[in-house]
Design a protein around this ligand. Structure first.
Ligand code: NDP
Ligand code: OXD
Length: 313
């Protein structure tokens, strides 16, 4: 099989660096060029415009620029070809850093001390050891497992929730709908690393947050969401922060992104906001992985990290 040509179809940022790196190895066309081009065999996409992939008669595979693929499934004209998602050490490392950073900051009372400093107040918060706190990872997949193993090494008790049975040494695992409430009831700090699918949309709501354990050394339950914004109901999180259902939260993702300037989430004193920056897709690391996969595919080998269309992730 010849070296396939790539369509780069991206919205929301300029993919110049992606283009340069891909073009070092094979021909690349930047959308809106390339419509109906029969020589295009791969599409590398982030939030591609609807129906553009459907016009490519010889498309063989779609490569997502992100680990999440919900942005691809919004396309009503999505062709029935394999979809490859990102699994890469540096992205996993970024996410692990984000999760561990946020867990430690909540655990070690970062918000409390940052509020005291401008007032020059010398007051020590009660501190419990990590072993008294259980971190529950909702979505014990590639990113969730990597974060879980570092949290375990720090001494936290770790729970994990997944759709299918995913045992992991040292982690108390819970499965599917039947496992959800027991998982929440045993969790003090909830870390959300789920994909956005029809089954998970809106799952982080007030009722779910009420189920978290809050009689713990932290003085309340904590939410950390780095999965997708539409997993959560922003208004329910505000309500939970205001009435004490949540002690604090860290959100990297929001129902609407960028988070509108008018959103009360920006200024909530118990909330730490980052702009969907937990684990950025870095072309320097990800393009070589994509190019290796394309070359292997052309030698007749299987594509790795394929999306399960039925499951939606
Ligand atoms: P994986 O597919 O490896 O893991 C997803 C996990 O979620 C799996 O454990 C899966 O269960 C579980 N899951 C999916 N659906 C359900 C369900 N209905 N009920 C219970 N569990 C479910 O994905 P990754 O770990 O690589 O990535 C996770 C998500 O992180 C991405 O989809 C993306 O949205 C987000 N992300 C965010 C970034 C950021 O910067 N904020 C950066 C990168 C990713 P099972 O194991 O049984 O399949
Ligand atoms: C991803 C993301 O899915 O950056 O990789 O959100």
């Amino acid at each position: 099989m010849d070296k396939g040509k790539i369509l780069l179809a991206v919205t929301g940022f300029h993919p110049q660096h992606w283009r340069e790196l891909l073009a070092a190895d094979r021909e690349v066309v930047l959308e809106p060029d390339g419509a109906s081009d029969p020589s295009i065999t791969y599409a590398v996409v982030w939030k591609q415009k609807p129906n553009i992939l459907a016009s490519l008669p010889n498309l063989r595979a779609i490569f997502s620029i992100g680990a999440g693929v919900d942005h691809i499934f919004t396309d009503p004209g999505l062709p029935d070809v394999p979809i490859v998602r990102v699994v890469a050490d540096n992205l996993t490392q970024y996410m692990t850093e984000y999760v561990v950073w946020r867990v430690l900051d909540h655990h070690r009372q970062g918000m409390f001390y940052r509020a005291l400093q401008p007032k020059k107040m010398w007051r020590e918060a009660q501190q419990r050891p990590a072993g008294d706190i259980s971190v529950g990872i909702m979505g014990l997949g590639h990113l969730g497992r990597a974060a879980a193993s570092v949290l375990l090494s720090l001494g936290f008790a770790v729970n994990g929730w997944s759709r299918t049975d995913r045992p992991m040494q040292g982690v108390s695992t819970y499965v599917g709908e039947a496992g959800l409430i027991p998982f929440l009831n045993a969790t003090d700090i909830l870390v959300v690393l789920l994909p956005l699918t029809p089954q998970t949309q809106g799952i982080i709501n007030y009722g779910l947050l009420k189920e978290l354990r809050r009689h713990n050394g932290l003085g309340g339950a904590v939410l950390i969401n780095a999965g997708r914004g539409r997993l959560q109901k922003d208004a329910d999180i505000l309500r939970a922060l205001d009435d004490g259902t949540l002690k604090e939260a860290s959100l990297d993702v929001f129902e609407v992104e960028p988070l509108p300037k008018t959103s009360p989430l920006w200024s909530h004193p118990k909330l730490f906001v980052t702009p969907h920056a937990a684990a950025t897709s870095d072309p320097e690391h990800l393009v070589p992985i994509m190019l290796r996969q394309m070359a292997a595919f052309e030698r007749g080998e299987k594509l790795d990290n394929l999306v399960d269309r039925e499951a939606g992730y």
